[in-house]
Design a protein around this ligand. Structure first.
Ligand code: 5GP
Length: 190
C-alpha cells in the first residue's frame, strides 16, 4: 500500500488557516484526515475536545514530551501545542493523507522527520489587515493580541523557506491552489 501524503498547513497566527483547513478537509477528492494537536490552552466555547484539539494539562503535555510522543511541539502565547506522532504515522501507514496545521516553527521538525511531506505557507493579504483582524479577534486581551501580532511578523519571516506560498485574499481560491498542488503530488506518487 502506498503511504499517505503528509500535508502541512502553516502561516501567521489569525491569517485564516482554519477556513482553508476546513475547505481542504471537506474536499472529497483529497481524502485528508486531520491531525489533532495536543494543547495546554484552555478550550474555547465553540471547540470540541478530541476534534479541534486534545486539551491536556501541563503535566500531561510534559509526559508526552518526555515519552517522545510528539513529532514537534512549541510554546505559543503562554501555552504548549504539539503534534502527536503516533496518530500521523498510523494514518499514513493506512494509506491516508494527513493534514497537519502548525505555526511556522513547527514545520522544520516535521520536515526533518518526514522529508516527503508537502508544506504550504499561508500569507495574509497585507500585514495591516492582519493586525486589524488580530486586534478585533482578541480585543478583550490586548496583551495576547500584541503577542500574536509579533508572532505573525516572526512567522512571516520564515515564509521564503517554504516551496508553496499561498495568499489568503480569498480562502476558497487559496484552498483551490493548494488542492491542485496536492493532486499533482498524489499523481506523481502513484
Ligand atoms: P490557536 O490557539 O489559535 O488555536 O493556535 C495558535 C497557533 O498554534 C496557530 O498558529 C496554530 O496553527 C498553532 N498550532 C496548533 N497546533 C499546533 C501544533 O501541534 N504544533 C505547532 N507547532 N503549532 C500548532
Amino acid at each position: 500500500m502506498t503511504k499517505g501524503l503528509v500535508v502541512i498547513l502553516s502561516g501567521a497566527s489569525s491569517v485564516g488557516k482554519g477556513d482553508i483547513r476546513d475547505l481542504l478537509l471537506q474536499d472529497k477528492d483529497l481524502k485528508l484526515f486531520y491531525s489533532i494537536s495536543e494543547t495546554t490552552r484552555p478550550q474555547r466555547p465553540n471547540e470540541v475536545d478530541g476534534k479541534d484539539y486534545y486539551f491536556v494539562t501541563h503535566k500531561e503535555f510534559a509526559e508526552s514530551v518526555r515519552n517522545k510522543e510528539l513529532l514537534e511541539y512549541t510554546e505559543f502565547n503562554g501555552y504548549y501545542y504539539g503534534t502527536p506522532k503516533q496518530q500521523v504515522e498510523f494514518l499514513q501507514s493506512k494509506g491516508k493523507n494527513v493534514l497537519i496545521e502548525v505555526e511556522a516553527q513547527g514545520v522544520g521538525p516535521i520536515k526533518l522527520n518526514m522529508p516527503d511531506s508537502l508544506a504550504f505557507f499561508v500569507m495574509p493579504e497585507n500585514l495591516e489587515q492582519l493586525e486589524k483582524q488580530i486586534n478585533e479577534l482578541y480585543k478583550d486581551d490586548q496583551a495576547s493580541a500584541q503577542r500574536r501580532i509579533n508572532k505573525a511578523k516572526m512567522d512571516m519571516e520564515l515564509a521564503p523557506l517554504f516551496n508553496n506560498i499561498v495568499s489568503n485574499e480569498d480562502a476558497k481560491k487559496a484552498a483551490a491552489q493548494i488542492k491542485e498542488v496536492i493532486l499533482n503530488e498524489l499523481k506523481k506518487r502513484k
